[in-house]
Design a protein around this ligand. Structure first.
Ligand SMILES: O=P(O)(O)OC[C@H]1O[C@H](O[C@H]2O[C@H](CO)[C@@H](O)[C@H](O)[C@H]2O)[C@H](O)[C@@H](O)[C@@H]1O
Length: 369
């Protein structure tokens, strides 16, 4: 484990080196090695009980998706109709992290486990109102334990203030706005208060976009008044346009409105999540870069003695899974009940299983000594 002074020194060095203009260059310093560790274990798991589901193909009926690529992307990332399916090759290729727990621990032997967690759909269940995406008390207690035992970071599309309101733990790192706002813990991991109880801002690569994001937020709030159920959320360095409560027949109108605004802002781009369109700066920064940054900050740049575990449910988490896979480091765990293309190695069904997995991880660490 690194001492806190070593961590601070690394943080200062990194914060200096990661100026906006050098984001890509700095991230490329992180060495890329090959191969995920999982490899040959798959054959043993052909009798797995997981019942996954797939998106029904009738989402595409009539070829309308070809006419409107926006709508196509919205539907692809937010399937509305799902039917049970049990594709053995997918299940074998992405086994349950609970079932594979012992193997995973064996692979982490002698290494420092670092835990990265997405928030929505991972620590809290998906709900209709984004303001009410609360974690259960049980999950919070598990998370507190995890943060005491391992360096832990929440990596989310939300702004830090909002996710902090839900999580309320000073012991963890927060990478908000899809990693564009990274802050250190306000408390040390043994629950002593840090200096002034203030979180240390580690990195904000998109700060120059703040005025633009606020401007677009106001415009979108006005535009979305015409779409019943639509909601715009300001996540500081990015925006979310929610359509979970919008009737499907209005999705196209919503996409057109967002498109018309974005045309005027070529420095902003779109990504898609679960019934949400996310608007963010065109900089080359994402959750994958954020976890590389955090690992470097913790002193594990190019280290073979670290074992990162990343758990997430959404398309934006794929950037983090990809980084771990390409570095051949640690594991990515996709939280999903549907089969989808993923760079994660393992799967968990839902936040309930995430809680079970984290509890097991904490118990393993406690019993180790
Ligand atoms: O990276 P994440 O922590 O997963 O954040 C991604 C988005 O999550 C939130 O939206 C999602 O959860 C909501 C509450 O369950 C749900 O209503 C919505 O449909 C989901 O897309 C959050 O509100 C967004 O701002 C984040 O971008």
């Amino acid at each position: 484990m690194k001492s806190s002074s070593q961590v601070s020194t690394n943080i200062v060095k990194l914060t200096e080196s990661f100026s906006h203009s050098t984001v890509s260059a700095a991230s490329s310093q992180v060495q890329k090695s090959s191969m995920a560790l999982f490899g040959g274990l798959l054959g043993q798991y052909q009798k797995r009980r997981l019942l996954f589901t797939v998106e029904e193909s009738n989402n595409n009926k009539g070829g309308s998706n070809k006419v409107n690529p926006w709508l196509e992307s919205m539907r692809a990332s937010s399937p509305t109709r799902i039917t049970p399916n049990n594709n053995p090759s997918w299940i074998v290729g992405h086994p349950s992290a609970l079932k594979m727990f012992d193997e995973m621990i064996w692979n982490s032997k002698g290494k420092q486990v670092v835990v990265f967690l997405d928030y929505d759909g991972t620590l809290s269940p998906i709900v209709a109102d984004p303001e009410k995406a609360f974690m259960t008390k049980k999950m919070r207690a598990i998370l507190k334990d995890i943060a005491r035992l391992f360096p832990t970071a929440i990596v989310t599309g939300r702004c830090i203030d909002k996710v902090y309101d839900f999580v309320r733990l000073g012991e963890v790192y927060y990478a908000g706005s899809h990693g564009m706002d990274i802050k250190g813990p306000t408390k040390s991991r043994n629950h002593q208060k840090g200096n002034n109880n203030e979180a240390l801002v580690l990195f904000q690569p998109a700060s120059q976009f703040l005025p633009m994001i606020n401007e677009v937020y106001k415009i979108l709030v006005e535009k979305m008044k015409a779409i019943p159920g639509a909601k715009v959320e300001n996540n500081k360095f990015c925006l979310s346009v929610h359509f979970r409560c919008v009737e499907e027949k209005c999705w196209s109108a919503l996409a057109e409105q967002v498109n018309s605004v974005l045309k005027e802002y070529p420095k902003l781009k779109l990504t898609h999540g679960r019934k949400v369109i996310e608007i963010r700066p065109t900089i080359k920064w994402d959750k994958g870069k954020a976890i590389e940054f955090l690992l470097e900050s913790l002193g594990y740049a190019n280290s073979t003695s670290v074992f990162p575990i990343y758990i997430g449910d959404d398309t934006t988490d794929e950037d983090a899974f990809k980084v771990l896979r390409s570095k051949g480091q640690g594991i990515g765990i996709l939280v999903s009940q549907i089969q989808k293309e993923t760079n994660a190695i393992y799967t968990l069904h839902d936040p309930l299983e995430v809680g079970q997995f984290l509890r097991r991880l904490a118990d393993w660490k406690k019993n180790k000594f």
